[in-house]
Design a protein around this ligand. Structure first.
Ligand SMILES: Cc1cc2nc3c(=O)[nH]c(=O)nc-3n(C[C@H](O)[C@H](O)[C@H](O)COP(=O)(O)OP(=O)(O)OC[C@H]3O[C@@H](n4cnc5c(N)ncnc54)[C@H](O)[C@@H]3O)c2cc1C
Length: 498
């Protein structure tokens, strides 16, 4: 082998590839990131950044910049045909998070933010560089890259991360099936300044008999999406114009408004697909390369960035030879079921939104108004779309040695912990406290950081420590809870090191 072996090559510099590169660098792993496009995304595409992604950005140290550039959307209101509110959700009251809202931030800005963060680690995206072929040998991967001027470079890499989107060539080259459907509904969208009298910090949805219309405010513009599957005034074979969009909107939208000049317009269908595997030996799939769903709920980019957050710390520990490589099996085990759940829920939301028959519409609106007003149901929905409800309770990595009535191993950590290692929160009244600290300091100091929490500490109560300890993973999920030296030793040896 003539080339130096690279620890990791990331193919694709969308939000998921960039998150992957930032996190690998933050864990001290040398990597390269390539993208076939000459420049980053210039349009707004994925607009909604949910609470769990903002918590992840807080852990990465970039949330403040994001909040400065975005608009906090505090809730959602859905109107029926008679312009009566069917559902009013106030996220602030429903989300137990430091970020109880959806941050409206164009994907172009998200990519800019991540690119700048990556630059702070001394890494830049290699643009106009396309992956053309892959070959796996026993210990590494041989990737052929085509540069703009036509030259072909061979990169030998230990691990390859396919973050190359819906049309992933990494996935295709592995013959991994991408199972699912394309929905028959058609939508048009525009980004343009919208002036009207409704709240500018809420997502507004209007159920019109001809199809749903949704408005997502941005800092200096608005995204408007209209379902046009049955709209005779729209012809998919003729490219969409501002005049056509405006006239469809005027026919549908019951409120007085004025619409400024368009910044971006598009026409789209919905794809719903899930890769049957996320890993093939030394190659992983993340983001749209692994799953794609309806934009209902704004989950695509959010789910993809969480894939990156889940995989990178595991891969970093394996590359540093600090844990057993079988840890990497938990990536697919933990993340694929979540994508499956997101696919099902966004599919249901889309189907409910595009109901047509009179009886179905009456029933939907009745249930929305009378059943969905229940606070518990609203909270369940808000926790789900924000990503906060996701947990890894069924993962091989989640193990409780003591009972805790509020938290279980695999749950999201209720506080933001900035640590690239595992964090051990130890109750000051834990009987084995000293032995546990000695175990960490002597054997696991590179893997685990620790803090003693006094009984009066807010976190002591939040984690219900009660003479015990709580071990938190680098991606801010609970790994294990226990109370003795033997519990902790068993976990570290059995689940991570063996
Ligand atoms: C109109 C619209 C609205 C959306 N709204 C939301 C939302 O509100 N919230 C949300 O979470 N999601 C939303 N999404 C979905 C979101 O945009 C995607 O889920 C997200 O972009 C996926 O990120 P990714 O990095 O996996 O893939 P991509 O963004 O597709 O990036 C993949 C990258 O890989 C590169 N690439 C491909 N092949 C190669 C190759 N062979 N070699 C090198 N590079 C390659 C591509 O050039 C591209 O830059 C929306 C999408 C659209 C279109």
């Amino acid at each position: 082998m003539e080339n130096k072996l690279l620890p990791a090559l990331i193919v694709g510099a969308g939000p998921v590839g960039l998150s992957t590169a930032c996190e690998l660098k933050q864990h001290g792993i040398d990597c390269r990131i390539i993208d076939k496009k000459p420049e980053a995304t210039q349009t707004s595409n994925a607009l909604g950044v949910h609470a769990r992604s903002l918590e992840m950005w807080a852990g990465m140290g970039i949330v403040e910049q994001a909040l400065q550039q975005g608009l906090k959307l505090q809730g959602i209101t859905i109107y029926d045909q008679a312009i009566q509110p069917l559902i009013t959700l106030s996220l602030e009251k429903l989300l137990p998070s430091a970020f109880p809202y959806v941050l409206s931030l164009p994907q172009s800005k998200t990519e800019q933010l991540l690119t700048q963060h990556l630059a702070s680690y001394g890494l830049t995206v290699e643009r106009s560089c396309s992956l053309t072929s892959l070959e796996q040998s026993k210990d590494y991967i041989i990737a052929k890259i085509k540069h703009t001027e036509g030259s072909i470079e061979t990169i030998n890499t230990q691990w390859l991360l396919g973050c190359d989107g819906y049309h992933s060539s990494v996935r295709d080259s592995l013959n991994i099936q991408y199972e699912g459907n394309d929905l028959k509904q058609e939508f048009i969208m525009i980004d343009a300044p919208l002036t009207w009298q409704k709240e500018s910090n809420k997502i507004l949805i209007f159920y019109h008999p001809s199809g749903i219309t949704a408005v997502f405010p941005m800092v200096d513009s608005s995204r408007i999406i209209i379902e046009v599957s049955n709209d005779k005034s729209f012809n998919a074979n003729i490219s969409l114009t501002y005049t056509t969009f405006l006239s469809i909107l005027q026919n549908r939208w019951p409120f007085e408004f004025s619409l400024g000049k368009e910044r971006w317009m598009s026409h789209f269908f919905i794809h719903e697909r899930l890769a049957n595997h996320y890993r093939f030996d030394r190659i992983f799939l993340l983001g749209d390369a692994a799953h794609v769903h309806s934009p209902a709920g704004g989950q695509g980019m959010n789910t993809g960035m969480q894939d990156a957050y889940n995989l990178t710390w595991k891969l970093a520990l394996v590359i540093k030879e600090q844990v057993n490589p079988s840890l990497l099996n938990t990536y697919e085990e933990e993340r694929r079921p979540i994508a499956k759940k997101v696919l099902n829920s966004s599919n249901q939301m889309t189907k409910i939104a595009v109901l047509r028959t009179k009886i179905a519409v009456v029933l939907r609106n009745f249930l929305a108004k009378n059943v969905f007003s229940n606070k518990k149901l609203q909270q369940k929905f808000a926790l789900q779309i924000s990503g906060i409800a996701n947990n890894y309770r069924h993962s091989f990595l989640s193990k409780d040695y003591v009972k805790n009535s509020c938290l279980k191993a695999g749950d999201r950590a209720p506080t933001i912990i900035k640590n690239k290692k595992f964090t051990l929160l130890i109750a000051e009244d834990c009987l084995d406290k000293e032995k546990i600290i000695r175990l960490i300091e002597i054997n696991y100091i590179q893997l685990v950081g620790w803090q003693i929490l006094s009984i009066n500490n807010e976190q002591y109560t939040l984690y219900q420590l009660n003479k015990s300890y709580c071990l938190i993973r680098p991606d801010q999920y609970l790994a294990s809870q226990g109370s003795t030296y033997e519990h902790l030793k068993d976990y570290l040896v059995r689940f991570l090191i063996q």
